[in-house]
Design a protein around this ligand. Structure first.
Ligand SMILES: [Cu+2]
Length: 220
Protein backbone atom coordinates (compact mmCIF):
# COMPACT_ATOMS: atom_id res chain seq x y z
CA UNK A 1 0.00 0.00 0.00
CA UNK A 2 1.47 3.38 -0.93
CA UNK A 3 1.43 6.35 1.38
CA UNK A 4 -1.59 8.00 -0.21
CA UNK A 5 -3.69 4.85 -0.01
CA UNK A 6 -2.56 4.32 3.55
CA UNK A 7 -3.73 7.80 4.47
CA UNK A 8 -7.07 7.23 2.72
CA UNK A 9 -7.52 3.92 4.48
CA UNK A 10 -6.73 5.49 7.83
CA UNK A 11 -9.10 8.38 7.13
CA UNK A 12 -11.87 5.94 6.24
CA UNK A 13 -11.15 3.95 9.38
CA UNK A 14 -11.34 7.10 11.46
CA UNK A 15 -14.61 8.18 9.82
CA UNK A 16 -16.16 4.84 10.71
CA UNK A 17 -14.70 4.90 14.19
CA UNK A 18 -15.81 8.47 14.83
CA UNK A 19 -19.34 7.73 13.63
CA UNK A 20 -19.56 4.65 15.76
CA UNK A 21 -17.30 4.28 18.73
CA UNK A 22 -17.42 0.62 19.65
CA UNK A 23 -17.89 -0.52 23.19
CA UNK A 24 -17.04 -4.08 24.06
CA UNK A 25 -19.79 -5.67 26.07
CA UNK A 26 -19.39 -8.25 28.77
CA UNK A 27 -22.36 -9.40 30.83
CA UNK A 28 -21.88 -11.73 33.77
CA UNK A 29 -24.61 -14.20 34.71
CA UNK A 30 -24.16 -15.73 38.13
CA UNK A 31 -25.37 -19.21 39.00
CA UNK A 32 -27.00 -18.99 42.41
CA UNK A 33 -28.65 -22.12 43.79
CA UNK A 34 -30.83 -23.44 40.95
CA UNK A 35 -31.13 -20.18 39.03
CA UNK A 36 -29.24 -18.07 36.54
CA UNK A 37 -29.09 -14.48 37.76
CA UNK A 38 -30.07 -12.37 35.97
CA UNK A 39 -31.91 -14.90 33.84
CA UNK A 40 -33.21 -12.47 31.21
CA UNK A 41 -30.63 -10.18 29.64
CA UNK A 42 -30.46 -7.98 26.57
CA UNK A 43 -27.11 -7.49 24.84
CA UNK A 44 -25.75 -6.29 21.50
CA UNK A 45 -24.41 -8.60 18.81
CA UNK A 46 -20.69 -8.99 19.37
CA UNK A 47 -21.03 -8.89 23.15
CA UNK A 48 -19.85 -11.67 25.42
CA UNK A 49 -21.85 -13.35 28.17
CA UNK A 50 -19.92 -15.04 30.95
CA UNK A 51 -21.60 -17.55 33.25
CA UNK A 52 -20.04 -18.00 36.66
CA UNK A 53 -20.67 -20.97 38.95
CA UNK A 54 -21.03 -20.69 42.71
CA UNK A 55 -22.10 -24.24 43.70
CA UNK A 56 -23.18 -27.69 42.48
CA UNK A 57 -22.90 -28.97 38.91
CA UNK A 58 -24.76 -27.41 36.00
CA UNK A 59 -24.67 -26.91 32.28
CA UNK A 60 -25.25 -23.89 30.09
CA UNK A 61 -27.09 -25.35 27.11
CA UNK A 62 -28.80 -23.36 24.39
CA UNK A 63 -32.40 -24.29 23.58
CA UNK A 64 -35.74 -24.36 25.34
CA UNK A 65 -35.25 -27.92 26.55
CA UNK A 66 -33.92 -31.32 25.52
CA UNK A 67 -36.62 -31.69 22.84
CA UNK A 68 -35.62 -28.42 21.14
CA UNK A 69 -34.27 -29.39 17.68
CA UNK A 70 -31.48 -26.85 18.13
CA UNK A 71 -30.52 -27.95 21.62
CA UNK A 72 -26.80 -27.52 22.19
CA UNK A 73 -26.20 -26.23 18.65
CA UNK A 74 -24.55 -23.04 19.95
CA UNK A 75 -23.23 -24.15 23.31
CA UNK A 76 -23.60 -27.00 25.77
CA UNK A 77 -20.99 -26.34 28.40
CA UNK A 78 -20.44 -27.70 31.89
CA UNK A 79 -20.55 -25.26 34.79
CA UNK A 80 -19.03 -27.18 37.67
CA UNK A 81 -16.08 -27.25 40.06
CA UNK A 82 -13.71 -28.18 37.22
CA UNK A 83 -15.15 -25.63 34.78
CA UNK A 84 -16.47 -22.78 36.95
CA UNK A 85 -16.98 -20.29 34.12
CA UNK A 86 -18.18 -20.41 30.57
CA UNK A 87 -18.41 -17.58 28.10
CA UNK A 88 -19.83 -17.15 24.64
CA UNK A 89 -19.72 -14.34 22.11
CA UNK A 90 -23.17 -13.75 20.61
CA UNK A 91 -22.71 -12.64 17.02
CA UNK A 92 -26.20 -13.03 15.57
CA UNK A 93 -29.24 -10.94 16.56
CA UNK A 94 -32.19 -12.83 18.01
CA UNK A 95 -33.40 -14.50 21.18
CA UNK A 96 -31.30 -17.36 22.54
CA UNK A 97 -33.04 -19.35 25.28
CA UNK A 98 -30.87 -21.64 27.36
CA UNK A 99 -31.15 -23.98 30.32
CA UNK A 100 -29.27 -26.20 32.74
CA UNK A 101 -29.61 -29.89 31.83
CA UNK A 102 -29.74 -31.29 35.41
CA UNK A 103 -32.12 -28.59 36.66
CA UNK A 104 -34.36 -27.83 33.69
CA UNK A 105 -37.36 -29.32 35.44
CA UNK A 106 -36.65 -27.10 38.46
CA UNK A 107 -36.97 -24.12 36.16
CA UNK A 108 -33.26 -23.37 35.76
CA UNK A 109 -33.56 -21.49 32.49
CA UNK A 110 -32.56 -18.17 31.01
CA UNK A 111 -32.66 -16.12 27.84
CA UNK A 112 -30.19 -13.86 26.05
CA UNK A 113 -31.85 -11.29 23.80
CA UNK A 114 -29.32 -10.18 21.20
CA UNK A 115 -29.94 -6.81 19.54
CA UNK A 116 -28.31 -5.99 16.19
CA UNK A 117 -25.08 -4.01 16.42
CA UNK A 118 -25.89 -0.68 14.77
CA UNK A 119 -22.43 0.74 15.47
CA UNK A 120 -20.79 -1.16 12.65
CA UNK A 121 -21.38 1.75 10.31
CA UNK A 122 -22.47 2.57 6.78
CA UNK A 123 -21.69 -0.24 4.36
CA UNK A 124 -21.57 -2.77 7.14
CA UNK A 125 -25.25 -3.43 7.57
CA UNK A 126 -26.05 -6.67 9.38
CA UNK A 127 -27.66 -8.10 6.24
CA UNK A 128 -24.94 -6.86 3.87
CA UNK A 129 -22.20 -9.22 2.79
CA UNK A 130 -18.69 -8.39 3.82
CA UNK A 131 -16.41 -8.74 6.77
CA UNK A 132 -17.49 -7.83 10.28
CA UNK A 133 -15.27 -6.94 13.18
CA UNK A 134 -16.86 -8.13 16.40
CA UNK A 135 -16.24 -6.67 19.83
CA UNK A 136 -12.66 -6.84 21.03
CA UNK A 137 -12.29 -8.45 24.41
CA UNK A 138 -11.20 -7.16 26.80
CA UNK A 139 -11.67 -3.51 25.87
CA UNK A 140 -10.29 -1.35 27.41
CA UNK A 141 -7.29 -3.64 27.72
CA UNK A 142 -3.86 -4.07 29.26
CA UNK A 143 -1.72 -5.74 28.19
CA UNK A 144 -3.57 -7.83 25.61
CA UNK A 145 -6.88 -7.86 23.76
CA UNK A 146 -8.40 -10.24 21.28
CA UNK A 147 -10.19 -9.10 18.15
CA UNK A 148 -12.83 -11.39 16.66
CA UNK A 149 -14.03 -11.03 13.09
CA UNK A 150 -16.36 -12.80 10.72
CA UNK A 151 -15.71 -13.48 7.05
CA UNK A 152 -18.63 -14.32 4.78
CA UNK A 153 -16.27 -15.74 2.19
CA UNK A 154 -12.73 -17.06 2.04
CA UNK A 155 -10.13 -14.66 0.73
CA UNK A 156 -7.34 -12.26 1.45
CA UNK A 157 -7.64 -10.12 4.57
CA UNK A 158 -5.65 -7.33 6.15
CA UNK A 159 -6.30 -6.72 9.82
CA UNK A 160 -4.34 -3.66 10.91
CA UNK A 161 -3.99 -1.31 13.83
CA UNK A 162 -3.84 2.47 13.28
CA UNK A 163 -3.24 5.27 15.72
CA UNK A 164 -5.87 8.02 15.83
CA UNK A 165 -3.58 10.25 13.79
CA UNK A 166 -3.70 7.70 10.98
CA UNK A 167 -0.27 6.23 11.65
CA UNK A 168 0.00 2.53 10.81
CA UNK A 169 0.93 0.80 14.06
CA UNK A 170 0.84 -2.93 13.41
CA UNK A 171 -0.32 -5.66 11.03
CA UNK A 172 -2.25 -8.32 12.95
CA UNK A 173 -3.32 -10.68 10.17
CA UNK A 174 -2.36 -10.57 6.49
CA UNK A 175 -3.15 -13.25 3.93
CA UNK A 176 -5.81 -15.76 3.01
CA UNK A 177 -8.31 -17.03 5.54
CA UNK A 178 -11.32 -19.34 5.24
CA UNK A 179 -14.86 -18.10 5.78
CA UNK A 180 -16.09 -18.05 9.36
CA UNK A 181 -15.16 -16.50 12.67
CA UNK A 182 -11.51 -15.78 13.39
CA UNK A 183 -9.63 -14.28 16.31
CA UNK A 184 -6.45 -12.27 16.42
CA UNK A 185 -4.72 -11.10 19.59
CA UNK A 186 -3.01 -7.73 19.93
CA UNK A 187 -0.48 -7.31 22.72
CA UNK A 188 -0.24 -3.51 22.46
CA UNK A 189 3.08 -3.74 20.65
CA UNK A 190 3.83 -2.00 17.35
CA UNK A 191 5.53 -3.42 14.27
CA UNK A 192 8.94 -2.64 15.74
CA UNK A 193 8.25 -4.48 18.95
CA UNK A 194 7.72 -1.38 21.07
CA UNK A 195 4.87 -1.12 23.53
CA UNK A 196 2.56 1.63 22.32
CA UNK A 197 1.32 4.55 24.40
CA UNK A 198 -1.99 4.34 26.26
CA UNK A 199 -4.91 5.58 24.18
CA UNK A 200 -7.47 4.76 21.52
CA UNK A 201 -6.49 2.74 18.45
CA UNK A 202 -8.45 1.89 15.32
CA UNK A 203 -8.64 -1.76 14.30
CA UNK A 204 -9.47 -2.02 10.63
CA UNK A 205 -10.31 -5.15 8.65
CA UNK A 206 -10.05 -4.96 4.85
CA UNK A 207 -11.20 -7.65 2.44
CA UNK A 208 -12.28 -7.77 -1.19
CA UNK A 209 -15.90 -7.57 0.03
CA UNK A 210 -15.44 -4.42 2.11
CA UNK A 211 -14.03 -3.03 5.30
CA UNK A 212 -14.99 -2.84 8.94
CA UNK A 213 -13.51 -0.78 11.78
CA UNK A 214 -13.63 -0.64 15.54
CA UNK A 215 -11.71 1.10 18.25
CA UNK A 216 -9.88 -0.38 21.20
CA UNK A 217 -8.43 1.45 24.18
CA UNK A 218 -5.13 0.60 25.82
CA UNK A 219 -5.07 1.67 29.46
CA UNK A 220 -2.01 1.85 31.69
CU1 LIG B 1 -28.26 -26.41 37.27
Amino acid sequence: MNTRNLVLAAAAALALAAAAPATAGLVVVQQTSLTFSPNDITITAGDTVRWVRTSLSHTVTNGTGTSDPNVGALFDAPLNATTPTFQYVFTVAGDVPYFCRPHLLMGMTGIVRVQPDLSVGVGNDIAAPGPRLLAAYPNPFNPRTEIAFELEAAGAVALRVYALDGRHVRDLRLGDLPAGTHRAPWDGVDGQGRTVAAGIYVIRLDTAAGASSRTVTLVK
